[in-house]
Design a protein around this ligand. Structure first.
Ligand SMILES: O=C(O)c1ccccc1NCC(=O)[C@H](O)[C@H](O)COP(=O)(O)O
Length: 262
């Protein structure tokens, strides 16, 4: 059993509990529910840097990354840095995140927010909308083709952008469909936790041009981004490299300035 299998077993129990605590009607009554689309895909297409910066306290591969930062400071720091959007991990057990983190980031910023979660049920999309997300992540490794279709179409009906994540060609082939906005390639092997940007490079030609290509995980240098841009990538999801510092926003700002100067 790999880490995703373990996370999904826990997530199924968690979603049943959450549904029993907060009914759908209550989520739909959130003041944030009727917000218009705030497209990360468009922001990435129009950006010179393409950075999506993540809020990540800990992870299965690295355990502690940074537990002492305030999510509001991280969010405003990233917005000041000029990133295209922010990814907020909302899983508590494995990443130390929460939906409250998303809400705090929403209250503090205007840029597109990605709910970084292990989505297996439409209920989590309603939560994403109610707590201020503009984008949701679907992970091909944990969903069937039919589930990807149903979840992505439901997300679009809620005016949420969809980022579909793959790790290999098989996952990519089953996932390509018009209800996706962005196709992300995760460079982290979830069996070994090794990261290799070669994964993004190898899959790049198989991703149709209609989708914004996003490279995820293990990105820490300007050179890596320049290299990935040559393979058609327009989005770069960066977590640990910013979050391991005392001031992720300031670090992201410097990174973007260096990138744009090249
Ligand atoms: O980061 C992990 O250890 C991890 C383990 C299992 C499932 C997902 C995991 N990470 C989620 C992510 O996709 C990353 O947080 C994101 O791509 C940023 O990666 P990084 O820049 O390497 O922190």
């Amino acid at each position: 059993m790999n880490i995703l299998d373990k996370i999904v077993i826990d997530k199924r129990k968690e979603v049943i509990l959450r549904k029993s605590l907060i009914p759908i009607k209550q989520l739909e009554q959130s003041v944030l529910f009727d917000r218009p689309e705030n497209s990360l895909a468009i922001a990435l297409r129009n950006s010179a840097s393409g950075i999506i910066a993540e809020h990540k306290r800990r992870s299965p591969s690295k355990s502690e990354i940074n537990q002492s930062l305030n999510v509001q400071d991280v969010a405003t720091g990233y917005e000041d840095a000029g990133v295209c959007g922010m990814s907020v991990l909302t899983d508590a057990k494995y990443f130390g995140g929460s939906l409250d983190d998303l809400l705090i980031a929403r209250a503090a910023t205007k840029f597109p927010l990605l709910r970084k979660e292990f989505i297996i049920d439409e209920y989590q999309l309603l939560e994403a909308k109610a707590y201020g997300a503009d984008v949701i992540l679907l992970i091909a490794a944990i969903l069937s083709k039919e589930e990807i279709k149903n979840l992505s179409e439901f997300a679009k009906s809620l005016k949420l952008n969809v980022l579909l994540e793959v790790h290999n060609e098989k996952e990519l082939q089953k996932s390509i469909m018009p209800s996706l906005d962005m196709l992300g390639v995760n460079n982290r092997n979830l069996k070994t936790f090794d990261v290799s940007l070669e994964t993004s490079k190898a899959l790049s030609t198989l991703i149709p041009d209609d989708f914004v290509k996003v490279s995820e995980s293990g990105i820490s240098s300007i050179a890596a981004i320049q290299d990935l841009k040559n393979y058609g990538y327009q989005g770069f999801l960066i977590g640990e490299n910013f979050m391991k510092t005392d001031a992720p926003g300031a670090h992201a700002k410097k990174f973007i300035e260096q990138l744009e100067a090249k």
